[in-house]
Design a protein around this ligand. Structure first.
Ligand code: ATP
Ligand code: MG
Length: 553
């Protein structure tokens, strides 16, 4: 895998220091998704950060499913996540499930109870919330806080045995109800959930909370640098408390960085799920979705996503990044790699009246004008062709150099044509143009007799392949932060998808799903794996050719 290491950043500096000082011999990182949805571009950032760091310093990275919530998790998501991580170009060292550690977590909880550091609380969730206090007021002790270890051991065993209904009891850490850090006010460690788990089935009806489970998972796996996003900063004291009080042999450390957020984009599984469930998109892999599977279907490459992750940097800042930056990296990746061909998205028929009927000639065209190694191809030219509807105007403004009555343009890789007649239907719509061509002006012939100002693209009508083009705009409309009380669903762009029917060159009849092309003057397109059928390719617009974003050099 061709890769440039991350630029210097604060996490990398910590790793360098820890290796230098001998605090760690080898770094171990992990990517810990909850299998409750598909991965998105924010996860890609975390994947890239964890795997790249380990790669650069000869460490290890685990893929660990943080599956402690049976109600939302599913094996379907486990498979999809594995596929996405691999597709991004990364291979994990260990593959683990938090649920594999349930027994150990349970035993550590017993240790806490024996030490007087955890207790069973019969309060309701509401009561616990009320007693928690606020940022300015301390919390209150629960009436169950002083249960003896013996009583707690008995109750906790019976919680596990399934004697109590959901929500009737929890196990809480006994820390400090007046701690200035609300996370330390006797957080819940275990809850009762009678549900079938995707991995452990009906073996358990008590499940550890994230704040308890995560540090133990890291400790069990020997993770050295546990990297998470900034929202977890206030949980770090609890993370350290759990590792210390559970007497874990290995002591992992948590480091936080600013999560990736993008303008015009939602990056939250909960919100993405809503877009799917409410039918705003056609599934998690809809090409408008910022999921890895959506980006893949749209036509983004693993390299473009890795480059994007690297260049957006690692910091404790939280500013949103413009998705145009991702567009920049896909253009860079495809510039020399994608064949450049002609596609007519909104066809208008042109009859070349002085071209012999029944004749076809083959014209040579370069496959990529910036990359001669891609060679040449032959494209047919005959009496009837299609051009783009908006490459013709009956009454053009000044400075319109494309086709209009009496004007001459160059057909890319072919001849000059002049527009003589405009054919309309009964409603006055232009349905066909009659043109003449000048055989002297063939591309590559060195013709210098006169010049034309416009070059337009075309396809041969008799041999062109019908194709569908799916054109995209951002799924989420404005760039404002979500308003209090409002829903991001109000900002879904009603015009985020436009479908048009046109034609591509005949040599594209064998295009395979995920083949990528640059269509002259239109942009980069990907053959859609879901909707394409033999002989009728469907193309997703990845990105247009224009770039309004420039990376600072
Ligand atoms: P979501 O809010 O979309 O549900 P999550 O954080 O709940 O995301 P997890 O499956 O728990 O999803 O996340 C797995 C890892 O990915 C975590 O380490 C998390 O910090 C990281 N991650 C998630 N979103 C982002 C983001 N936008 N930027 C950077 N890292 C992220
Ligand atoms: Mg989560």
């Amino acid at each position: 895998m061709e890769n440039k290491p991350a630029a210097s950043n604060f996490i990398k500096n910590i790793v360098i220091d820890d290796l230098k000082s001998g605090k760690v011999d080898q770094i171990v990182t992990r990517f810990p998704p909850e299998p409750n949805g598909y991965l998105h571009i924010g996860h890609a950032k975390s994947i890239w950060l964890n795997f790249e760091l380990a790669d650069e310093f000869r460490g290890k990275t685990n893929l660990r499913f943080d599956d402690t919530n049976p109600l939302k998790e599913d094996t379907e998501f486990v498979q999809a996540i594995k596929e996405d991580v691999r597709w991004l170009g990364f291979e994990w060292d260990g593959l683990f499930f938090a649920s594999d550690y349930f027994e150990e977590m349970y035993n550590r909880a017993i240790l806490l109870i024996k030490k007087g550091k955890a207790y069973v609380d019969d309060s309701t969730a509401d009561q616990i919330r009320e007693m928690r206090g606020t940022l300015t007021e301390p919390g209150q002790n629960s009436p169950y806080r002083d249960r003896s270890p013996e009583e707690n051991l008995d109750l906790f065993a019976r919680m596990r045995a399934g004697e109590f209904p959901d929500g009737s009891k929890v196990l809480r850490a006994k820390i400090d109800m007046s701690s200035p850090n609300i996370n330390m006010r006797d957080p819940v460690l275990y809850r009762i959930v009678h549900a079938t788990h995707h991995n452990t089935g009906d073996q358990w009806c008590i499940y550890p909370m994230y704040a308890y489970a995560h540090p133990l998972e890291d400790a069990i796996e020997g993770v050295t640098h546990s990297i998470c996003t900034l929202e977890f900063e206030d949980q770090r004291p609890l993370y350290d408390w759990v590792v210390a009080e559970c007497e874990m042999e290995h002591v992992p450390h948590q480091y936080e960085f600013g999560r990736l957020s993008l303008l015009n984009t939602v990056t939250s599984k909960r919100k993405l799920k809503l877009l799917v469930d409410e039918g705003f998109v056609d599934g998690w892999d809809d090409p408008r979705m910022p999921t890895i599977s959506g980006l893949r279907r749209r036509g983004f490459t693993p390299k473009s996503i890795r480059d994007f992750c690297r260049e957006t940097g690692v910091s404790r800042g939280t500013g949103a990044v413009d998705p145009k930056m991702l567009d920049h990296y896909i253009r860079e990746d495809l510039k020399l790699a994608a064949p450049r061909t002609m596609a007519v998205l909104r066809p208008l028929k042109v009859v070349i009246t002085n071209y012999p009927e029944g004749q076809t000639e083959m014209l040579e065209a370069e496959n990529n004008t910036e990359n001669p190694e891609m060679g040449v191809r032959q494209i047919p030219f005959s009496r009837e062709i299609y051009i783009e509807q908006d490459d013709f105007m009956e009454n053009p403004p000044s400075k319109y150099f494309r086709l209009f009555p009496g004007n001459e343009v160059r057909l890319k890789n072919a001849y000059f044509i002049r527009c003589n007649d405009v054919i309309k239907d009964a409603d006055g719509n232009v349905v066909e143009l009659h043109c003449t061509y000048d055989p002297e002006t063939k591309s590559g012939s060195g013709f210098t007799g006169r010049k034309v100002k416009g070059t337009i693209h075309w396809v041969d009508a008799s041999q062109a392949i019908p194709a569908e083009f799916r054109l995209y705009e951002p799924l989420i409309l404005d760039e404002e932060e979500e308003e209090e009380g409002g829903s991001f669903l109000d900002r879904v762009n009603p015009n985020s998808l436009e479908i048009v029917q046109g034609f591509v060159e005949p040599n594209m009849k064998d295009a395979e799903p995920h083949d990528k092309f640059q269509f002259f003057r239109h942009g980069y397109f990907n053959v859609d794996p879901k909707y394409s059928s033999p002989g009728k390719p469907v193309f997703n617009l990845i990105v247009s050719l224009k770039s309004s974003f420039e990376v600072k050099k």
